[in-house]
Design a protein around this ligand. Structure first.
Ligand code: G6Q
Length: 545
């Protein structure tokens, strides 16, 4: 398998960036801002409802041009078209990658294996809408005739992180009479706590699993079925209390769920790219079809921007390129995602999967070991909380950490000074990181000599500030699509397959091998390494086996 490109580091555009880095590495943001009074306005873009200020990055106009040249040389333009038009760009799995089709309008055409997939997408959306309205309207009754009030989504990874994140992000738009819980971990505590105060007669489980074979999800789903049937005492109750979101109708039906109550999707929707598919059923029940459609429209707007804008004016392309600039030239290892919006508290966790599962690869699509860094580590917490915790390291530690600040001009809660203070903090942090505080400034403030090194902030710490109007469903759609395309930009330049996840598949196999050794009554013959063998024996002994 080959992508037809020379190794990345042999591209002349890459070499040009290496040389450019050597010239720019010592330059301070203070000097870049001093040299151009309009830098803050010039190095900013506005598209698809996002004001994207990248002026506090260690770049010049030349850097941006050279990064965009690299994207061109890497064939990014053609690869974007390949993705949007249903080419099988997930090379190691031989699949198309069409999360963008999930938010395309009804009159669009995207052909996979000779068939337009858009009518299928909209048929599922309509089925979801019908179901969501029934639940929201109190018309979906449980087995005993009680109205369903609690919705429990059972899923893991891509079948959990998007739904939880979107529910939390859009809680303001949710139907408050309904209770939403999300169970993912195979640790029984997750299920037990989620249903502790719920009445089975009023509870609906959404079993969300693309394959319907994932150990954690199937274990939780079986426990849920037992929990419901213990109270409802009739197998017929499953039809009223369980629905499935899956691509595997045979397994859904074997579990006992009527396939009429199954919402499908397709192998061209990757798990971590699935929150806009039927995997978003819990989101649609929470916020309703109208807002769900607005979220899709927001994502679509970003899709169009990514597909059509020149790289210099293309927010996702630039975001990906800036990340690559620090990762591959400055040797930075991580990116902090810092939303100044409490409702986005699960956004960094959601992005961790999207970014690291996608681009955490060490070989290129043609099987060569990459001789350069691929995905950064993504992490973060909402501001201002993080300021009282790990920001110290970002300001004064020895590591270079580029930050993504995400903020909204409007709040859902106009409470006194809260929002002004929140915004004052986000602007102040980005400013302090970039400009720091010099020894001279401290001296004029009368700080004692011996304290000056401790109180000095060298600055030159890069960040992007994304300013949006308000956290609406459309804004969330735009933000998610922005990061998806930024990840794609990087993955294509690194010549890897961002859409497979062989590391996750390995984990699924390994636990399956050890479980019977923990559970068997007879002493198993252990053939692991001595550490694993000893741990298994200790566990068996404490469990009385
Ligand atoms: C996502 C990954 C992974 C997946 C889960 C759940 O891209 O493949 O996180 O979503 O392992 O898989 P199922 O939906 O098949 O249960």
């Amino acid at each position: 398998m080959t992508n037809g490109l020379p190794p990345l580091k042999e591209l002349k555009e890459w070499k040009a960036l290496e040389a450019h880095y050597e010239k720019l590495r010592g330059t301070h943001l203070r000097d870049l801002f001093a040299a151009d009074a309009k830098r803050g306005e010039k190095l900013a873009l506005e598209a698809a409802g996002i004001y994207f200020d990248y002026s506090k990055h260690r770049v010049t106009a030349e850097t941006i041009n050279r990064l965009c040249d690299l994207a061109e040389a890497a064939g990014l333009r053609e690869k974007i078209e390949d993705m949007f038009t249903g080419e099988k760009i997930n090379l190691t799995e031989g699949r198309a990658v069409l999360h963008t089709a999930l938010r395309a309008p009804k009159n669009a055409t995207v052909v996979v294996d000779g068939e337009n997939v858009i009518p299928h997408v909209h048929a599922v959306l309509e089925k979801m809408e019908e179901f969501a309205e029934k639940v929201r309207g109190g018309h979906w009754k449980g087995h005993t005739g009680k109205t369903i009030k609690n919705i429990v989504n059972i899923g893991i990874g891509g079948s959990d992180l998007g739904p939880v994140m979107a529910y939390e992000a859009l809680k303001h738009y949710s139907q408050r009479g309904l209770v939403f819980r999300f169970v993912s971990n195979v640790d029984g505590a997750d299920f037990a706590e989620a249903v502790l105060d719920l009445d089975p007669a009023e509870t609906l489980f959404i079993v969300a699993s693309k394959t319907f074979t994932t150990q954690e999800t199937m274990t939780n789903a079986e426990t849920a079925r037992d929990w419901a049937l213990r109270a409802l005492k009739d197998k017929a109750a499953i039809a009223k209390h369980f629905v499935a979101v899956s691509t595997n109708a045979a397994k859904v039906s074997a579990f006992g769920i009527d396939t009429d109550n199954m919402f499908g999707f397709w192998d061209w929707v990757g798990g971590r790219y699935s929150m806009f598919s039927a995997i978003g059923l819990s989101t649609m029940i929470a916020i309703g079809p109208k807002y769900f459609r607005e979220m899709l429209a927001g994502a679509h707007e970003m899709d169009e921007h990514y597909r059509n804008a020149a790289f210099e004016e293309n927010i996702p392309a630039l975001m990906g390129l800036l990340g690559l600039w620090y990762n591959n030239f400055f040797g930075a290892q991580t990116i902090a995602v810092l939303p100044y919006e409490q409702y986005l508290k699960r956004f960094p966790a959601y992005l961790q999967q999207m970014t690291m599962e996608s681009n955490g690869k060490r070989v290129t699509v043609d099987g060569r070991a990459a001789d350069y860094q691929t995905s950064q580590v993504y992490w973060g917490e909402p501001g201002t909380n993080g300021q009282h915790s790990f920001y110290q390291l970002i300001h004064q530690g020895t590591k270079l950490i580029a930050c993504d600040f995400i903020a909204f001009s409007k709040t859902h809660h106009k409470l006194g000074r809260h929002h002004d203070l929140l915004m004052a903090n986000v602007f102040a942090q980005a400013e302090a990181l970039a400009f720091g505080k010099t020894a001279e400034e401290l001296k004029t403030e009368g700080v004692k000599d011996w304290l000056i090194p401790h109180k000095t902030f060298e600055g030159n710490r890069p960040s992007t500030t994304m300013l949006l109007d308000e956290l609406t469903p459309a804004a969330l759609g735009r933000l998610v699509a922005l990061y998806e395309h930024s990840v794609f930009t990087q993955g294509m330049i690194w010549q890897i397959d961002p859409f497979d996840q062989w590391g996750v598949e390995l984990g699924k196999v390994l636990a399956g091998r050890i479980a019977p050794e923990l559970e068997s009554a007879a002493e198993p013959e252990l053939k692991h390494d001595s550490s694993t063998n000893a741990l298994i024996r200790r566990y068996r002994a404490s469990a009385g086996r």
